[in-house]
Design a protein around this ligand. Sequence first.
Ligand code: FES
Length: 168
Amino acid sequence: MSNNRVSRRQFLGYTLTGVGGFMAAGMLMPMVRFAVDPLLQEKAGGDFILTDQKVADLSEEPVRVDFAFEQVDAWYTSEVTSSAWVYKEGDKLIALSPVCKHLGCTVNWGGDPEHPTQFFCPCHAGRYEKNGKNIAGTPPLGPLDEFAIEDRDGLVALGAVKANTLVK
Ligand code: FES
């Protein structure tokens, strides 16, 4: 006969430890799942947003292209609207961010009658050349950002905003 008999005290200790552990896991699992849930969601639609703008209708004159997309912020999803200034340079598609690099107002193409071939920021009279280069002597200290852009079956698709690559 074995001498490894479990005493009543040990049995009670093992049982309580097991039940306690099971209950703790039951309480912690939903919390852990809740915390990591956003990381487990699949991202749909890729990184580009398809717009209604036909590539064939673009010219060398920048046009404002409005678009909307769903923004997921942790557990909250909201629809965000934005816009880009899009034009062609030869066969190349160019999309510039309308966000002024001074204090974030929205720039317009040809908004200043005295400079019809520049972007103009109405907030503090900031100006930019067509490639987004900030005009010296006006408030902005950097060029307009650029969107990644693609032709998707004849429609403009816009990707992530990146630093301006057109200004040398
Ligand atoms: S915000 Fe555009 S010039 Fe100040």
